[in-house]
Design a protein around this ligand. Structure first.
Ligand SMILES: Nc1nc2c(ncn2[C@@H]2O[C@H](COP(=O)(O)OP(=O)(O)OP(=O)(O)O)[C@@H](O)[C@H]2O)c(=O)[nH]1
Ligand SMILES: [Mg+2]
Length: 393
């Protein structure tokens, strides 16, 4: 606008008029190029949905389930330390991991290599991939394929955890900035058959460390602060609750955090109650869970935004369905432990006897049942609808 005002005609002389008009049309062209590029940026803007919750709630498993690949490290011990972005890229079947400024991590590896003999002993007790990385490896700018991506992320998380315990300075804060986080691009298997033409941006999920993550050493105390201050850039938050968590205070603490966030930001919040496969006749039913959480999160969400889910079964089913679609059979169970877990979740403890004679079509049908029973599809549908249709309104 300023550019246009500055070249408005100052007097009525005709030579000067045509000169002024030429300048004006030039300024208008420049202004419209700027507007066009801003609109393009808006249209391509990422829609970030943060998956948050306490340690071990199943945050990484939830994202692996959506993606249909075992990409993010998940274990029954505190695992995720580095927040990680997973971007849905239609038609990209091979996951690709990008690491921002890898030289900062390579400098950390150098610092570990010159530690004294006591610390070197702790290095020898860590997992083999990390030991090899510390001994003579380096981190690259990008990694392709499920195995490389998963191994690299596990090593990176272990590297930051070990460095923190040894009191070695890490570039942790740098990697907590949303534009510096390790980022995986891949097509989410759960959105594969969706019509993407109406999308106004790219859907991105953020895996986070547990809200109560407290690793000893140089990172203790800063993890939560660094990660949660990124939330003002989120379009939505999935608050993951652990159905099997027996300490109600854990849930209260995270609900208070969600209430605080909801007062500060306008983002859409839903609560997913994970590990629903552990429900039995004596435990809380769906109605009770919804009422309890909607009560605790009054003003943040309603009963309709509380979803009991089994991320583990959704992960197993989605991964099996993707394999069956691509290779018409499941891979060897000895080399791929998830396959045995899938059979066990689908056919029970006597799975070895029950899978004899089953065709690929039978297994596909049973995997679809497992996915339906994981109750995962409804919240996914709502999340995608919210994200693509309303985030920019
Ligand atoms: N039974 C059952 N176990 C689950 C489910 N989802 C995750 N788990 C298990 O819970 C444990 C923790 O899962 P993760 O996905 O690593 O949890 P997280 O919240 O990412 O944990 P941190 O990164 O350490 O904070 C693993 O042993 C998972 O296999 C589920 O739906 N049902
Ligand atoms: Mg995790």
């Amino acid at each position: 606008m300023k550019a246009i005002k500055n070249c408005l005609p100052q007097n009525s002389d005709s030579g000067q008029d045509s000169d002024a008009l030429r300048k004006m049309s030039e300024a208008t062209r420049r202004a419209s190029t700027v507007i066009e590029s801003e609109l393009k940026k808006l249209a391509e803007m990422d829609m970030v949905i943060v998956v948050g919750g306490m340690v071990n709630a199943g945050k990484s498993t939830t994202i692996n389930a959506i993606v249909g690949f075992e990409l993010l490290p998940e274990k029954n011990i505190p695992m995720t330390l580095l927040p990680t972005l997973i971007r849905h890229k239609p038609r990209q079947s091979e996951p690709e991991l990008s690491i921002h400024d890898p030289q900062r991590i390579n400098e950390l590896l150098e610092r570990l290599r010159i530690l004294g003999s006591d610390e070197q002993a702790s290095l020898r007790s860590c997992g083999e991939p990390l030991q090899r990385l510390i001994l003579d490896g380096r981190i690259n700018r990008s990694y392709q394929g499920q195995e490389n991506v998963s191994r690299t992320l596990t090593s990176l998380n272990d590297l930051f955890s070990l460095s923190s315990q040894l009191g070695v300075a890490t570039p942790y804060e740098h990697y907590c900035r949303i534009d510096h986080m390790p980022t995986i691009s891949v097509e989410y298997s759960i959105l594969r058959d969706q019509d993407n033409s109406g999308m106004r941006g790219q859907l991105v999920l953020m895996d986070t460390p547990g809200y109560n993550e407290q690793r000893r050493g140089s990172l203790s105390g800063i993890v939560r602060e660094e990660v949660y201050k990124q939330l003002d850039q989120a379009s939505g938050i999935i608050g993951l609750m652990d159905y099997t968590q027996s300490d109600p205070q854990q849930e209260d603490t995270f609900c208070e955090a969600l209430s605080r966030i909801s007062r500060q930001s306008r983002c859409n919040i839903s609560a997913w109650v994970n590990k629903w496969d552990q429900k039995n006749q004596n435990s809380e039913d769906e109605n009770q869970v919804k009422s309890r959480l909607a009560g605790k999160l009054d003003g943040v969400l309603t009963r309709d935004n509380v979803y009991p889910v089994s991320a583990r079964n959704a992960f197993l089913a989605n991964t099996a369905l993707r394999e069956l679609e691509q290779n018409t059979r499941l891979p060897d169970g000895d080399a791929n432990p998830w396959v045995k877990d899938f059979y066990k979740a689908t056919y029970g403890d006597s799975w070895q006897r029950r899978i004899k004679g089953l065709t690929a079509e039978d297994i596909q049908e049973d995997a679809e049942d497992l996915l339906n029973n994981s109750c995962f599809q409804q919240p996914i549908k709502n999340m995608a609808l919210f994200d693509f249709r309303t985030a920019l309104q």
